[in-house]
Design a protein around this ligand. Structure first.
Ligand SMILES: [Zn+2]
Length: 465
């Protein structure tokens, strides 16, 4: 279709639509408007996320002063109603609400635990795009997880280490905090001059006036709320462009001992691109902070955050998560092995690629663990049982062993095709384990129910598969 004809067709379509719309519809009173659900029913975090709408974009603007630890912000969410909504929730923990509007009109609200329950002045019809503005301020609450790790907007001696997996994001911004509701983001963060803010995406602006610096970051690829960050503090920021044209931002806390490991980041991106397919995002990088009180690193989208200078395996692990975890994301948290098994196996294949210990030998070493060491073998990776075991070693190691066992059962050709197709067919999407099993069976032409049952769901050491 050429352009002129296309425009004419569009014009006629417009006339037709206007005619259809002119036909009187049901009176508004006949339509039911009901509240969106307070959660999305995740088995581990049933209240995380909310029903009745889908967020398209978050615009987060706030100031933060490490001296007072006060965050003062305005979050603007653009969302689409997925039902006729009389009321809906956002997830937010702590903070005073200073202003709340929906489509420019003041909305009433109540607080119930992590739920910010919002009643707009008029119902929101299904399909309507609406805008929520939340003005909020306070000292962010640090959140303790079921496994006793901490997350959220965690203060450090020079700023904050900001991580949200699995439920830390409502500790610093109002969110539909469920991995299923991906959105684009921009961040406008003002801090005392001398502090650097590292958020997701591309650095769009950095301006200093009156002793304060404002950083603007834009994340244009879909992102799950838990992968957002705005880690800030004293950082040496190095910017460069990868050979593929992707901008890279590497920030290092200057109090940390330097090393060579971060120089390997471009090679890692290139290697994983060669086996997993195109790098999924508009930027890459790393944020290396000094946050021993947090004690873990996280694959925040486009630039993972590290609580200390990472070793090579940890850097490889977090970079590989850009494909598996960030771009291809679980639908429900019990499927965590789809993130951690893949990232741990990615460490092994990086090692194999460099001619060091092969993935086969990593598998062999771990497989030698006796069955009596039940803490190594249980809970099985496909069924952590409770949120307390979400980050258990089995999810990582037995998850990775599952992939290596699959590789050895079906051969490299089919195995790598499965990995590439998994990344391509679910790019920016959400997945469940049965979809992976189905893809593996489709590509290999083999019946793999028994294989995956033994490796993912049986609580003891696999012996035949
Ligand atoms: Zn991981």
């Amino acid at each position: 279709m050429d352009r002129i004809r296309f425009q004419r067709a569009v014009r006629w379509l417009g006339v037709l639509l206007a005619a259809v719309l002119a036909v009187p519809t049901q009176p508004a009173a006949a339509q039911e408007f009901t509240p969106g659900s307070a959660g999305l029913g995740d088995p581990f975090f049933p209240l995380a996320g909310n029903g009745g709408y889908d967020v398209g974009h978050y615009s987060l603007a706030f100031s933060y002063d490490p001296a007072t630890r006060v965050l003062d912000g305005t979050a603007t969410l653009t969302a689409t109603a997925t039902q006729n909504l009389s009321r809906f929730d956002l997830d937010l923990r702590g903070f005073d609400i200073e202003r709340l509007t929906v489509n420019g009109s003041a909305a009433s609200y109540t607080r119930e635990g992590q739920e910010l329950v919002i009643t707009p002045s008029a119902g929101l019809p299904a399909g309507a795009v609406f805008r929520v503005v939340v003005g909020y301020s306070g000292v962010p609450e640090v959140i303790t997880d079921p496994d006793e790790s901490i997350e959220g907007f965690v203060p450090t001696d020079d700023g904050a280490f900001v991580v949200g997996e699995p439920q830390g994001s409502p500790g610093w911004y109002p969110a539909n905090d469920n991995p299923r509701d991906k959105a684009t983001y921009d961040f406008t963060v003002t801090v005392p001059a001398g502090i650097t803010v590292m958020a997701n995406g591309v650095l769009a602006a950095r301006t200093t006036a009156g002793g304060r610096t404002t950083f603007v970051w834009r994340n244009t690829s879909p992102m799950a709320p838990y992968l957002a960050t705005a880690t800030l503090g004293r950082f040496d920021l190095t910017q460069y462009t990868l050979p593929s044209g992707i901008p890279s931002y590497v920030a290092v806390d200057p109090t940390l001992p330097t090393g060579n490991v971060l120089r390997k980041l471009p090679d890692m991106v290139e290697f994983y691109t060669s086996i997993y397919g195109p790098y999924p995002f508009e930027a890459v990088g790393a944020v290396v902070d000094d946050a021993p009180e947090v004690g873990y690193s996280l694959e925040t989208q486009t630039k993972p955050v590290f609580y200390r200078m990472p070793d090579e395996a940890t850097l490889a692990h977090e970079i590989s998560h850009m494909w598996y975890g960030d771009s291809v994301t679980l639908t429900e948290w019990p499927d965590m092995w789809l993130h951690e098994g893949f990232a741990t196996w990615s460490e092994w294949i990086w090692s194999e690629h460099l001619g060091r210990k092969s993935a086969h030998n990593w598998f062999k070493t771990l497989y030698n663990t006796p069955p009596q060491q039940t803490a190594f073998w249980t809970p099985p990776p496909g069924d952590p049982g409770s949120a307390e075991f979400l980050f258990n070693g089995t999810i990582y190691y037995r998850g990775a062993m599952t992939l290596q066992a699959l590789r050895e059962k079906i051969g490299d050709g089919d195995f790598f095709e499965i990995l590439r197709r998994w990344a391509a067919e679910h790019r920016y999407g959400n997945v469940r384990t049965p979809q992976f099993v189905a893809l593996a069976e489709q590509v290999s032409g083999m019946q793999l129910d028994h294989f995956f049952d033994v490796w993912l769901y049986q609580p003891e050491k696999p012996t035949s598969w």
